[in-house]
Design a protein around this ligand. Structure first.
Ligand SMILES: CCc1ccc([C@H](C)CC(=O)N[C@@H]2O[C@H](CO)[C@@H](O)[C@H](O)[C@H]2O)cc1
Length: 807
C-alpha cells in the first residue's frame, strides 16, 4: 500500500522508481508492459505530488499557527503551462526523476513533453499571475490564487493556407494529476432576479438562477519545497444535475439543459486580450469566480476571527486588472446584507482589503459594462455601485474637485470598472515605471489628483525557476559552475557575472551555451516552420500576442525591405538572419489575423527565394504558448520589443529573453526603459519615438503618407504588399493593411520605420563582432536579476499588502 512520505526532502532515484511503479499499478491500474507514455507521466506526477502534499499541509498549519496575514490573488487567467518539470525542479528532484524513469525504460524529456499546457490565460496578464504564484511560494507569502477552472483554455492555433484557424483546446481530455477536487468547498452563486428591502442599509437579493461553484485545488510548491501555497480554481456545476421529470417525459434535451447552462459558465476562456466583447457570459464568469472567492475568504477569516473590522489586518486581496473588480460591491453586499454592517463601515473595511493592478492604458481594453446589463445580471450590485459612486462624488466635492472631472464610476449608461476598482481600493499599481507615470498623467489623472498617494509602481517580473533554471540547462550549468546556484532563489546574485563579461574563456563558454540551445532548437523549427537554423545565424524573435500596438507589422516591413536590399546588393556580406514570429490573434481581431496571413505569405516568398538562401528566412511556428516560449527563448539572440512607446504597459517576454542572453531591439516603452537603465545604453538597441514624442506627433496631426514618401525602402515594401507581390493569387488581399498604413497608421509604424531600419543594420554589424556581442549578452544576464518576480512580490508584500515573507 502507499505510505505518506515524510516531506519534500531528497529521495533516491531507486525509491522514486519504486513509487512510480506502485502508482502505475495501484493509481492508474496498468502493468509496465501495457503502459503508454501518458500513463508513465501520470505515475511520475503522482509520485512527485506525494512529496508535495505534506509540506502543503505543513504550510497551512504554519500560516494558521502564526495567524499570518493572507494574500489572495484574484485573476481570470493563470497561464501556467506544464507542471511536472517545474514541480520536479522546485523539489530538486530532476536527476532522481531522470534516473528513475531511465531505470523504467522511459525517457524523462518525452514524458515532460507529453503533458498538455494548462493554457488558462491569453498572454502577459495570465502568465504574470502564474509567475507571481511561483514567487509567493518561493519567498513564503501566505498566498492563494483564485481563478476559473476552464474546461477549455486558450484555443489551439493552426494555419490553413497561412490563415489563423482556431480549434478548442482540451487540456482536461486526459486525467489532470495536479488538482484535488474539493466538493466540500462549494458555494451557491446567484444571478439576475430582484432586490427587496432589507433591515437598515441592507437589501434582500432574490436571484433568478443559481449555480454551484466547486473548488479544485492545485498545490504550488516553492523553491526547494519549503513552502507550498494553493491555487483554487472554481468550476460551475448545476444545483440539480438532471431534470428527471423532463427525462421521463422523453424531453432529454430539457432534462440536461439546466446542467449544460450552469456548466457553460466555466466552459471556456474568452480569447480576447485587449477588446472586451461585453458579453453577458463574460460578466457572469467574472462574478462567478469573484463571488465564490470572496465568500471563501470571509468564511476562512471568520473561522478564526470574530471582529470584521480586523479583516484588512488579516486579508489582502489583489485584483488582477478590472476583471474581478466586482469584488468591492460583492464584499460590501455580504458585509451589509448578511453581516448587518452599515454601508460606510462596510465600504471602509472592503477598501482596506482591496488592491488593483492595471495592465493596460489602451482605451478599448478598459472594461465598461452597460448599466442595464449589470443591473439585470447583478441587480443588487448595481445599487451598491450607485452608492459607492455617490459617496465618491461627495468625497470628490469635499476635496474641491469639479463634479465633471470624469472620475465618476457611472456615466453614459455604463459602469467604468477601472474607476470602480480605483475608488474601492487602498492601493492601485501600474506594472512598469513608465506605465505607472502615464496612469497618473492620463487615464487616472483625475483620480490621482483626488488620491495622490494611491497609485504606486510595481514593475513586473518573471520567475527564474521556469524562465532560466528550467528552460535553459546549458546556461544553468555554466552559471552553476561560475557562480553556484544561489541565483535561483536570489537572482541579484547574477551580478557576479559582470567581471566575467571581460573573460574571453567565459565568453566562449557562454556563446557555446547559446549555440547548444540553437542546435537543440533547429530540428524542431525545421519541422514546425520548414526553415533551416544554422547556429551562426542571428536568431531574431518576436513572440507575443498579435496586436497592432505591438507592431509585428513594423518588423514585417523591415523584413521585406531587407529582402529587397539583399536582392538588390547580393555582393554585400549580409548578416544571416532567421526571423521568428510567434503569437495568436483574438479570433475576432480581423486586422491582426490579416497581418498573420501577410507574414505567412511573405515567409513563403522569402523562404522559397534562392537569391537570399542562407541569408534570410522567416519562421512562424503555429500555436505559440508557454511551452514553445520555453523552447525559443534560450536560443534567441535578438529580442523584438518594438511597441509604440506608451502602449506596452510593461512586457515580460522582454525580461525572459534578456535573462537568457538575448539582446533587445526596442522602443523606450514599458519595462524596456528599466532594462535599458540596468543593462546600460551600450548593451541594448533602442530606437524610435518616445511616449512624449508619440503623443506630440498625434496631437500635431500625424501624416503617415509623408513618412512613406520620405523613405524609398518603406515605400517600395508598402507598394509590393499593395500590388500583391506576396499574394499573386489575390493581389487585393492586404488592401486593408495598406490603406490603414497610408491613411491612419494609429501606431506610427511609418514614423518609426527608418530609425528601426538603421538600428537593425547596426545590429547586423554588431553581430559580426562576436566577442563584443557576447560581452553585451553576459552583461544583460548579469544585470537583469532585478526582473525576478521574487523582487516584484517582495515589493507587493512590503508596499501594498503589508504582508510577511518567510524567506
Ligand atoms: C477584457 C479583455 C482583456 C483581457 C485581458 C487584458 C489584459 C490586461 C491584457 C494583458 O495581458 N496586458 C499585459 O499585461 C502584462 C502583465 O502586466 C504586461 O506586461 C503587458 O505589457 C500588458 O500588455 C485586457 C483586456
Amino acid at each position: 500500500g502507499l505510505t505518506v512520505p515524510p516531506d519534500a526532502g531528497a529521495v533516491s532515484a531507486a525509491e522514486l522508481r519504486e513509487r512510480v511503479g506502485q502508482h502505475l499499478v495501484f493509481s492508474i491500474g496498468r502493468g509496465a508492459t501495457a503502459a503508454r507514455l501518458a500513463d508513465w507521466r501520470l505515475a511520475l506526477s503522482y509520485a512527485i505530488r506525494d512529496r508535495i502534499v505534506v509540506p502543503w499541509f505543513q504550510t497551512a498549519e504554519r500560516i494558521n499557527a502564526a495567524d499570518r496575514k493572507r494574500v489572495y490573488y484574484l485573476s481570470m487567467e493563470f497561464l501556467i503551462g506544464r507542471l511536472l518539470d517545474d514541480a520536479v525542479a522546485n523539489l530538486g528532484l530532476e536527476s532522481a526523476a531522470r534516473e528513475a524513469m531511465a531505470g523504467l525504460g522511459v525517457d524523462y524529456d518525452a514524458l515532460v513533453r507529453d503533458e498538455p499546457d494548462a493554457a488558462l490565460g491569453n498572454g502577459g496578464l495570465g502568465r504574470l499571475a502564474a509567475c507571481f504564484l511561483d514567487s509567493m511560494s518561493a519567498v513564503g507569502v501566505a498566498g492563494l490564487g483564485y481563478g476559473i477552472r476552464y474546461d477549455h483554455g486558450l484555443f489551439r492555433q493552426s494555419f490553413e493556407a497561412g490563415w489563423q484557424a482556431e480549434e478548442a483546446e482540451d487540456w482536461l481530455a486526459q486525467p489532470h494529476p495536479w488538482e484535488f477536487e474539493r466538493p466540500e468547498a462549494s458555494f451557491p452563486i446567484g444571478f439576475g432576479g430582484s432586490v427587496g428591502p432589507g433591515a437598515g442599509d441592507a437589501g434582500a437579493w432574490h436571484p433568478a438562477e443559481t449555480v454551484i461553484a466547486v473548488a479544485y485545488d492545485t498545490p504550488v510548491p516553492g523553491w526547494q519545497g519549503r513552502w507550498v501555497n494553493t491555487l483554487r480554481l472554481w468550476s460551475a456545476k448545476p444545483t440539480r444535475e438532471f431534470e428527471l421529470q423532463a427525462f421521463n417525459r422523453g424531453d432529454f434535451l430539457g432534462a440536461a439543459t439546466p446542467a449544460v447552462l450552469a456548466e457553460t459558465i466555466s466552459r471556456v476562456l474568452y480569447p480576447d486580450d485587449s477588446t472586451p466583447q461585453g458579453r453577458e457570459l463574460r460578466l457572469k464568469q467574472e462574478y462567478f469566480f469573484t463571488a465564490a472567492s470572496i465568500r471563501d475568504i470571509l468564511q476562512r477569516f471568520e473561522r478564526r476571527h470574530g471582529d470584521l473590522a480586523a479583516l484588512p489586518d488579516k486579508v489582502a486581496i489583489q485584483l488582477n486588472d478590472t476583471h474581478p473588480a466586482i469584488a468591492g460591491p460583492e464584499l460590501i453586499r455580504l458585509l451589509v446584507d448578511e453581516r448587518g454592517l452599515a454601508f460606510d463601515a462596510a465600504f471602509d473595511i472592503a477598501r482596506g482589503c482591496l488592491h488593483y493592478t492595471n495592465h493596460t492604458l489602451l482605451p478599448e481594453a478598459l472594461e465598461r459594462w452597460p448599466a442595464e446589463l449589470l443591473g439585470r445580471v447583478l441587480p443588487c450590485h448595481l445599487e451598491i455601485v450607485e452608492r459607492i459612486d455617490a459617496r465618491h462624488a461627495r468625497e470628490s466635492a469635499a476635496a474641491g474637485r469639479p463634479s465633471d472631472d470624469g472620475t465618476a464610476i457611472l456615466g453614459d449608461g455604463e459602469v467604468r470598472m477601472g474607476t470602480l476598482a480605483f475608488v474601492a481600493a487602498r492601493r492601485v499599481n501600474g506594472v512598469s515605471a513608465l506605465h505607472t507615470r502615464l496612469m497618473q498623467e492620463t487615464v487616472f489623472g483625475g483620480l490621482h489628483a483626488l488620491h495622490p498617494e494611491r497609485i504606486v509602481n510595481q514593475t513586473n517580473g518573471v520567475t527564474p525557476r521556469r524562465w532560466l533554471h528550467g528552460c535553459n540547462p546549458p546556461l544553468r550549468a555554466l552559471l552553476q559552475e561560475a557562480i553556484g546556484d544561489g541565483w535561483v532563489a536570489d537572482l541579484d546574485r547574477l551580478e557576479a557575472l559582470v567581471p566575467l563579461a571581460d573573460d574571453a574563456a567565459f565568453r566562449e563558454r557562454f556563446a557555446a551555451a547559446k549555440r547548444a540551445n540553437k542546435v537543440r532548437l533547429a530540428p524542431w523549427l525545421a519541422e514546425q516552420a520548414g526553415i533551416e537554423l544554422a547556429p551562426e545565424t542571428l536568431l531574431d524573435v518576436q513572440i507575443k500576442r498579435f496586436h497592432e500596438y505591438k507592431r509585428q507589422l513594423l518588423n514585417l516591413l523591415e523584413t521585406v525591405a531587407l529582402w529587397n536590399a539583399m536582392r538588390q546588393a547580393p555582393e554585400v556580406d549580409w548578416t544571416p538572419r532567421v526571423k521568428v514570429f510567434g503569437g495568436k490573434a483574438a479570433p475576432g481581431y480581423r486586422m491582426a489575423k490579416l497581418i498573420i496571413k501577410l507574414i505567412n505569405d511573405v515567409a513563403r516568398t522569402v523562404n522559397d527565394d534562392p537569391a537570399v538562401r542562407g541569408r534570410l528566412q522567416v519562421a512562424f511556428p503555429p500555436n505559440y504558448n508557454v511551452s514553445m516560449a520555453e523552447r525559443l527563448i534560450p536560443a534567441a539572440d535578438l529580442s523584438e520589443q518594438i511597441s509604440t512607446a506608451g502602449l506596452e504597459a510593461s512586457g515580460t517576454g522582454n525580461m525572459k529573453l534578456a535573462l537568457n542572453g538575448a539582446l533587445t531591439v526596442g522602443t523606450l516603452d514599458g519595462a524596456n526603459v528599466e532594462i535599458r537603465d540596468r543593462v546600460g545604453e551600450e548593451n541594448i538597441f533602442i530606437f524610435g519615438l518616445t511616449a512624449e514624442e508619440v503623443a506630440r506627433r498625434r496631437a500635431e496631426g500625424y501624416a503617415p503618407a509623408a513618412c512613406i514618401a520620405a523613405s524609398p525602402r518603406l515605400a517600395e515594401a508598402v507598394e509590393q504588399i499593395a500590388s500583391g507581390r506576396f499574394s499573386p493569387d489575390e493581389p487585393e488581399r492586404f488592401r486593408a493593411i495598406v490603406e490603414d498604413l497610408r491613411g491612419h497608421d494609429r501606431f506610427l509604424v511609418c514614423a518609426d520605420f527608418e530609425a528601426y531600419w538603421q538600428r537593425q543594420r547596426a545590429i547586423d554589424a554588431a553581430w559580426r563582432d562576436r566577442a563584443a556581442w557576447t560581452r553585451s549578452a553576459v552583461l544583460n544576464v548579469a544585470r537583469c536579476g532585478w526582473f525576478s518576480s521574487d523582487r516584484a512580490i517582495r515589493g507587493y508584500a512590503k508596499e501594498i499588502w503589508n504582508a510577511e515573507t518567510e524567506f
